[in-house]
Design a protein around this ligand. Structure first.
Ligand SMILES: *Cc1c(COP(=O)(O)O)cnc(C)c1O
Length: 404
């Protein structure tokens, strides 16, 4: 039986791509006493974290914070801007794009999903799940839509199920080139604060994010960054919404409050995360994740296992997916590594079940925690009888030692 108070010695290695390991500074901030959510201190905290989120999304426009997981913020983006039966265009990059599509369908939207058309030797059943959003396909589809039936284009920035970070500026350009007025909605639930993201400059109407991935917080809060066009659309959108409705929240946010009880202690953590990111500088944060990702890919390459992302121009700085040889159950290896070394790796989701695992390189990590992670993976692969071409740990050490 599972003992819920079981704590092995040493730190658990939470190397899944979210929830990410939470820095001690943030955990300590969250442990402060809970305050009155209508009192003066709370208003100051609210104003600070709302401004901090604008800086992180790189927007001058409102950011809405929900006491909910990322899925709630997905729903909020759609229900605030669209009406029943509206036609929306999505792009299948992996499991999260598919789940957003399912959610949209349940809300009564008419979804159309585009995907990369091609073959793949390693994953014949999921060729598109190794690549990013193809802006040219979106461009071609929007050109056909002469009557502007398509009301929104929805894409995932960092597809956490595969380790692919799509080029969002290219999607915006495709929409502009097609002179199409659809809203652009982007899920950056795992990308924000770890990979470059520019809500205003990329012309995004609604950006969706969550706390427990790039932002290094525990799960429990999520975000919508909204453009003036999105706010305009919300005035006539007819999908029912109450808890998610932007208007009341944005109105009360002017003084730093919410219409309901906000997640006070998680907001303390958010404030701390914002301070940490600002102290380091966002460009340095992005470069740090790129470097970690390159070190982890050097290890996977030394093992001679295929990286899930087949297109080097869209490698994720946040996680790396590793495809296991045919006949080797990736989940059995994950289980063995978890039991023997107290190291959690991400599972293969949806069509990728059993065929791959994911190494997260986000949150409270450093070169040595990543090398320990690679050591755990390498030992697990060997114990499972997987033939490796060479040592990924050595390749990772070489990479981190040589690349400052
Ligand atoms: C984690 C994740 C989600 C789902 O967020 P929850 O917080 O689990 O509801 C959606 N999209 C992406 C890209 C994610 O990484």
């Amino acid at each position: 039986m599972l003992k819920l108070n079981f704590h092995p010695t040493g730190r658990h290695f939470l190397q899944i791509p979210g929830p990410s390991p939470v820095p001690d500074r943030i955990l300590r901030a969250i442990s402060l006493p809970t305050i009155d959510h209508r009192g003066p201190e709370f208003g100051a905290l609210g104003l600070k974290v709302l401004q901090g989120m604008k800086d992180i999304f790189k927007t001058k426009h409102p950011v809405v914070i929900y006491p909910a997981s990322g899925t709630g913020a997905w729903e909020a983006a759609l229900t605030n801007t669209l009406s029943p039966g509206d036609h929306i265009l999505m792009f299948e990059t992996g499991q999260f794009a598919s789940l957003w599509n399912k959610l949209a369908t349940r809300l009564g939207l008419k979804t159309e999903i585009l995907s990369w058309q091609g073959t793949d030797e390693h994953l014949p059943n999921a060729p598109g799940w190794r690549r990013g959003v193809q802006a040219d396909l979106i461009h071609a589809r929007l050109l056909q839509d002469k009557n502007h039936e398509i009301k929104a284009v929805c894409v995932v920035h960092n597809e956490t199920s595969t380790g692919v970070t799509s080029n969002i500026a290219a999607v915006r350009k495709a929409m502009d080139d097609a002179k199409h007025p659809a809203l652009l909605m982007v899920d950056t639930i795992s990308g924000l604060a770890s990979a470059d993201f520019q809500h205003d400059a990329w012309g995004i109407d609604v950006s969706i994010s969550g706390s427990q991935k790039g932002l290094m917080l525990p799960p429990g809060i999520s975000f919508n960054a909204v453009s003036p066009r999105a706010i305009e659309a919300s005035k006539t959108a007819k999908l029912p919404r109450a808890f998610w409705a932007w208007d009341e929240i944005i109105e009360m946010n002017k003084d730093g409050y919410w219409p309901y009880t906000s997640s006070t202690n998680l907001l303390y953590g958010l404030s701390e995360a914002q301070d940490m990111l600002a102290e380091e500088g966002m460009d340095k944060v992005f470069a740090r994740h790129q470097r970690w990702a390159a070190g982890v890919r050097a290890a996977v390459t030394a093992w001679a296992l295929p990286i899930q992302c087949a297109d080097p121009t869209v490698y994720s700085p946040i996680l790396t997916g590793v495809i296991t040889p045919v006949g080797v159950d990736a989940d059995a290896i994950r289980k063995l590594i978890q039991q023997r070394f107290d190291l959690s790796l991400g599972t293969g989701l949806g069509k990728l079940k059993g065929r791959m695992f994911r190494i997260g390189h986000l949150g409270d990590s450093n070169d040595l925690t990543l090398l320990a992670t690679l050591a755990g993976v390498e030992m697990g692969l060997k114990l499972a009888g997987v033939k490796l071409a060479g040592s990924g740990v050595n390749a990772g050490m070489d990479y981190f030692a040589k690349n400052v």
